[in-house]
Design a protein around this ligand. Structure first.
Ligand code: ARG
Length: 436
């Protein structure tokens, strides 16, 4: 069914119908109906349509909503909005023709996508919270396990494995914050903007916004139907969270190598090789790293989609949904998979190289008033000298220290013992924010 038959004599060709139609928006079904219920209720309350008509329409829409799981789309439905109007007509008859009073699919789709992303942001935040909880629990159990930190992929200092994991927990905390900022900014109603410049009917835009739990109507109608910065922002939230997951995925992949030997994925989260009988592969981590590429691509797509679009609505905007659904679905699946991977992996850590104690040793001199630059030089010479003799910093004794600099004292050897800073304060802070 097309909605605009009157203007044409001939039929639309199959090529045109198939090319312009969209099936990717079917997941907007329930939010589309919720938006329509708010719209029709307002039409009744303002007297734009009869109260009885509004009631009939709302009852029909509720019926469709209740059966949403088994809703049958027809090939001739151009998009989700058309499908609902068609079905409503089948249920309540001619009065269904009043549903679209004072509305266009342009403001309708802008509303639907906002409602959908408001819910999706909530779901992604819930998953991120679970992710944070998983990281915190694992960090708690490894708060005393010493590992090297890396800079330039060279061992730098030591820390606890728990502290390393918590870095990712804090990134996820900001990801949650970004989703929540994005959701609050997109929570405004475009309805009443119509195709581009509103309607001559006395629509009550505030009433609709309020019924939908939105902050208010979007003041400018062209902005309401033509802007998609909320979609760009949402995709960025996904992309940044994916990039965070991907960085850890890269580390997990390295850690699962024999060379690192830090991690063994459990059977439930490992994959094998069709050719090599011995393999236990960390495919989840590799795929998360790989899928981040597609979501980064979605940010490019959504921005490019808008960059040369004249105001207001253009059909190009129909493509926004593919990008945002892809980004959102990918993040959702990756969060579940990464959470499972961490929950069922074993960890084991070799002792870091003793060179990682170079800075603490230099700082013993600093506490005695030696300028840091000089202390740095002294320890550098010590490392160099030991290395030339085929020894490591961990093997240094008091005589080695004194041979380099007389300001070293006996206790300074204690700086060579590897210790990590406690992380209980971080764990407490994270649990206060996200704990049960
Ligand atoms: N399916 C369309 C979209 O997603 C709905 C709006 C269509 N508007 C129009 N004027 N053809 O953008």
């Amino acid at each position: 069914m097309t909605l605009w038959g009157g203007r044409f004599d001939g039929e639309m060709s199959d090529v045109t119908r198939q090319f312009t139609g969209d099936v990717s928006d079917r997941r907007l079904l329930t939010v589309d109906i919720e938006g329509s219920i708010a719209h029709v209720t307002m039409l009744g309350e303002t007297g734009i349509i009869e109260t009885g008509e509004a009631e009939t329409l709302v009852a029909g829409l509720r019926q469709i909503l209740e059966g949403a799981d088994s809703f049958v789309f027809e090939e001739s439905d151009e998009d989700v909005h058309t499908a609902v109007e068609r079905r409503l007509g089948e249920l309540v008859g001619e009065v269904a023709g009043k549903l679209h009073t004072g509305r266009s699919r342009n403001d309708q789709v802008a509303l639907d996508l906002r409602l959908y992303l408001r819910g999706a942001a909530d779901e992604r935040s819930g998953q991120l919270r679970h992710w944070i909880e998983t990281l915190v629990t694992l960090a708690e159990g490894t708060a005393d396990v010493i590992v090297p930190t890396y800079t330039h992929l060279q061992q730098a200092q030591v820390t606890s494995f728990g502290n390393h994991l918590l870095a990712y927990a804090w990134m996820a905390v900001r990801d949650v914050g970004r989703f929540s900022d994005c959701a609050s900014r997109l929570n405004e109603s475009p309805l009443g903007a119509g195709a581009s410049a509103g309607s001559t009917l006395p629509l009550d835009r505030n009433m609709v916004a309020e019924a939908l739990g939105m902050l208010g109507p979007i003041p400018n109608t062209l902005d309401a139907v033509g802007s998609r910065d909320f979609v760009s922002e949402y995709i960025f939230c996904c992309a940044q969270a994916m990039v965070h997951l991907s960085r850890l995925a890269e580390e997990l992949t390295l850690w699962a190598s024999r060379e690192f030997g830090w991690m063994t994925p459990g059977d439930s989260v490992s994959t094998g090789s069709s050719a090599l009988p011995h393999k236990r592969n960390p495919d989840i981590a590799e795929l998360v790293r790989g899928r981040a590429a597609g979501v980064i691509g979605d940010t490019q797509a959504i921005l490019t989609l808008q960059k040369a679009l004249p105001l207001s609505y253009n059909r190009d905007l129909q493509e926004d949904k593919r990008a945002v659904f892809h980004a959102d679905d990918t993040l959702g699946r990756c969060l579940d998979a990464m959470t499972a991977l961490l929950e069922d992996s074993g960890f084991e850590f070799p002792t870091p190289g003793s060179d990682t104690a170079a800075l603490p040793l230099a700082e013993t001199l600093v506490t005695r008033g030696v300028p840091f630059r000089e202390a740095h030089h002294v320890v550098g010479r010590l490392v160099h000298r030991l290395e030339s003799a085929g020894r490591s910093l961990g093997e240094a004794d008091y005589d080695d220290l004194r041979a380099i600099d007389k300001r070293f004292e006996g206790d300074d050897l204690a700086a060579l013992e590897m210790r990590a800073r406690p992380i209980d304060d971080q764990i407490a802070a994270l649990r206060t924010m996200f704990g049960d």
